[in-house]
Design a binder for this molecule. Structure first.
Ligand code: PLP
Ligand code: COI
Length: 353
């Protein structure tokens, strides 16, 4: 693959890594590649970060043909930089592309784009505790016509942002509201694709929850409105009476890479892990019986985030006295340990640059 590189003549001063939030600062360059039905993927280039010019009729602006991914580059104590399971993101992006009628990118091409670009931006990977370089690959349909069809032209871009904690709470427990009005997805819809539209449609509930002091919403299934699905930007897991339970992948939730890794990790340690239906009633009953021991969300941006309180209609479920639980802490320590190169990577998840 031929990637042309044009370096910026105006590099920014890098921010102090102890003050980073999430996704506010961007690095000096971006990777861009175009697709057309006749040429395939072409014109791969790394250029100075800047605004895009797109046609006002571009498909993405009208019909929302957009998918994205999220992964991170981590700075190890020895100064080296590593990624976490990047092929999983590439594969999920291609599955999202199939669902949204966008073109797939051959895995080796996507990996080369990613590693070439991150190598160029390597100095931007921060080193302060808990910080990383968030990588946001995305793709959009870019036909210059108002017809509604599978697109013939698309653009793939990678941008990167040095980040700290996603939630202002950091590793402290967050409060989550169980959403009872809006739904995020149904089977056969786009819930398992990582497409922008899923997030656009979830903002109304998210805003309502935030006004009431909650960090995000926990979605229920769109049909029965009683089974737990996932949180706005993370999958969710519970420890009920010693067993780890998490909603199964049935087409409406995002197959999270953190979720998959945690399941593999816990199973290897002998925990009983079940992927199944979990109703709000079951959670309430378990809470009443003192069996709802822990709850946490998991995702690339949020890492492992303890849930201290769930609110459903007018009921409040306080979990583990609002404190981080033992398994949650263990998962946070192990996963971040592997990601930052402090814990042995028995599973071969790490990809060194
Ligand atoms: N669910 C949703 C809706 C998300 O946005 C994310 C974040 O990417 C996740 C789950 C977790 O996925 P992953 O662990 O691959 O980051
Ligand atoms: C991620 O964890 O990578 C996500 O994509 C969450 C995001 C919507 C902020």
């Amino acid at each position: 693959m031929n990637i042309s590189i044009t370096k910026t003549t105006n590099p920014q001063v890098k921010p102090d890594s102890s003050t980073l939030g999430f996704g506010k600062v961007f690095t000096d360059h971006m990777f861009i590649m175009d697709y057309s039905a006749d040429k395939g993927w072409h014109d791969a280039r790394i250029v100075p970060f800047g605004r895009l010019a797109i046609h006002p009729a571009s498909t993405v602006l009208h019909y929302g043909s957009e998918i994205f991914e999220g992964l991170k580059a981590y700075r190890r104590a020895d100064g080296e930089v590593q990624l976490f399971r990047p092929l999983e993101n590439i594969r999920r992006m291609n599955r999202s592309a199939v669902r949204m009628c966008l073109p797939e990118i051959p895995e080796d091409m996507a990996l080369e784009a990613l590693t070439t670009f991150i190598n160029l931006e390597k100095d931007w990977v921060p080193s302060a505790n808990g910080t990383s370089l968030y990588i946001r690959p995305f793709m959009f349909g870019n036909d210059e016509t108002l017809g509604v069809h599978a697109v013939k032209n698309a653009t793939f871009i990678i941008i990167t942002s040095p980040v700290g904690s996603y939630y202002k709470e950091g590793i402290n427990p967050v409060k989550i509201m169980i959403e009872s009005e809006d739904v995020r997805a149904v089977r056969g819809g786009t819930g398992e694709a990582k497409c922008g539209g899923n997030y656009a449609a979830s903002n109304r509930a998210g805003e309502r929850a935030e006004k009431l002091g909650y960090s995000q919403v926990l979605w229920l299934d769109g049909v029965h409105r009683k089974y737990i699905e996932e949180v706005g930007a993370m999958n969710v897991m519970f420890k009920i009476d010693g067993e780890i339970v998490t909603p199964m992948l049935a087409g409406s939730i995002l197959p999270g890479i953190t979720r998959k890794s945690i399941i593999e990790l816990l199973k290897s340690e002998g925990y009983k892990v079940s992927e199944r239906l979990i109703s709000v009633d079951e959670l309430e009953k378990a809470l009443e019986e003192g069996k709802l021991e822990e709850a946490w969300g998991c995702g690339t941006a949020a890492v492992v985030s303890p849930i201290g309180e769930l609110c459903y209609k007018d009921k409040k479920f306080v979990i583990n006295e609002g404190k981080i639980g033992e398994v949650t802490q263990h998962l946070y320590d192990t996963l971040t340990g592997i990601q930052w190169g402090k814990v042995e990577d028995k599973f071969n998840w790490v990809y060194k640059l």
